[in-house]
Design a protein around this ligand. Structure first.
Ligand SMILES: Nc1ncnc2c1ncn2[C@@H]1O[C@H](COP(=O)(O)OP(=O)(O)OP(=O)(O)O)[C@@H](O)[C@H]1O
Ligand SMILES: [Mg+2]
Length: 365
């Protein structure tokens, strides 16, 4: 499946220019090209005080451009086997992607060994901070906001999957990649980024210990990357948003179950509302239950039973009745150490134990 789109002028340049020429004055259609100096000035020489966070690809800084625009400057430190041309081709393909629920790429810098992406600055940090952070948790994340975050994220993904041609599989939908604007509009970050690093499955699997819960089993085990792997991750994200708990096992302890496993057990026992974040003092019960069920539809073990994201948008935002008879148990992956601790009689645990677990041997970064 190819997700790149080259503009004809760029392709021509690609064929006739050397790397050096491209590095000096490369052509980008919809994004600005920044010099390293400009970004150094914008971030006070990449000063620690401007550092916002660090992810698998490198460090993110807050920068202020000459015209006063605030930006997020993402320095890519991971080794890319791609040359400048391929890198720029991928940048061009994501530069054209604009949607209110996607973080906008403003520009990039390719100078010497530097590979830097410049994004619009999103005010309220990422969902993991707002929802799960010990110090950064936002108390006023009421149901209205949580529901807006779920629907907005679903809209952004539906756009990437179904409206964009060629479509983009995000590959890494998780709370830290959902940024929140000043009015808590969610914006999906890092779409298309995994393609900059063709080996990025390593990037994702190195984080398995922490983010196991997001990855669709068929992706972890067989490397089958389809749109439905994103749908799965979205389902887990909805559960996190409702429960205020991370899908990562290490961060909480309910009989050592992953969030999805615990949620499914509650569903089977008719105790679904126990999943709801205790910080949510008032909420419309029927809506919350519907959202949890939509999450279950998204995380079903068989990928092709999961809905398309546009269907998810409808399920969440319109008064559609869910056909629960169609719902089958979730599938999930759990690493070997953790699965030993998992209860052996739960229906979902049987699925876990049937999975090979060698993928967790990857060294954490
Ligand atoms: N455009 C942005 N505006 C504001 N903050 C941002 C922006 N992009 C990233 N951040 C912040 O920087 C942090 C690090 O982001 P980064 O994408 O590098 O790492 P990550 O999302 O934790 O992991 P991964 O590398 O797997 O995506 C995020 O948690 C977020 O708080
Ligand atoms: Mg990220």
């Amino acid at each position: 499946m190819s997700c790149s789109c080259f503009r004809s002028s760029f392709v021509q340049k690609k064929e006739t220019s050397t790397h050096r020429e491209l590095e000096g004055s490369y052509s980008l259609d919809n994004v600005r090209s920044f010099s390293y100096k400009e970004l150094r000035i914008a971030t006070y020489n990449f000063d620690r005080s401007t550092k916002i966070g660090r992810g698998g690809f490198g460090v993110v800084y807050k920068g202020i451009l000459k015209d006063g625009t605030r930006v997020a400057v993402k320095t890519l430190s991971a080794e890319s086997k791609q040359g400048v041309r391929e890198f720029l081709a991928e940048i061009n393909s994501i530069a054209n992607v604009r949607h209110p629920n996607l973080v906008e790429l403003i520009g990039c810098c390719v100078e010497g060994t530097h590979r830097i992406l410049v994004y619009e600055f999103v005010e309220n940090n990422s969902l993991d901070h707002a929802l799960l952070g010990k110090k950064t948790k936002i108390p006023e994340l009421d149901w209205e906001r949580r529901s807006k975050i779920c629907i907005g994220t679903a809209n952004g993904l539906a756009y990437l999957h179904e409206e964009l041609k060629p479509h983009i599989v995000h590959r890494d939908i998780k709370a830290s990649n959902i940024l929140l604007d000043k009015d808590f509009t969610p914006k999906i970050g890092d779409f298309g980024l995994a393609k900059l690093f063709p080996d990025s499955i390593t990037h994702i699997s190195t984080k398995l210990a922490g983010t196991t819960g997001y990855l669709a089993p068929e992706y972890v085990l067989g490397g089958q990357l389809t749109l439905k792997a994103d749908v799965y991750s979205f389902g887990v994200l909805v559960l996190e948003t409702i429960s205020g708990r991370s899908s990562s096992l290490s961060s909480w302890d309910i009989s050592q179950k992953v969030l999805l496993e615990w949620a499914w057990e509650l569903y089977e026992e008719g105790r679904l509302l126990e999943l709801v974040d205790s910080d949510l003092k008032t909420y419309p019960k029927d809506d919350v239950i519907k959202y949890i069920k939509v999450a279950f539809f998204c995380t079903q073990a068989t990928a092709n039973r999961r809905p398309a994201m546009s269907q998810v948008v409808d399920m969440l935002s319109r008064n559609v009745k869910l056909n629960e008879k169609e719902l089958t148990p979730p599938g999930f992956f759990q690493d070997s150490n953790e699965s030993k601790k998992a209860s052996s009689d739960a229906s979902t645990s049987r699925q876990i134990t049937s999975f090979p677990t060698t993928i967790t041997q990857v060294t954490p970064r």
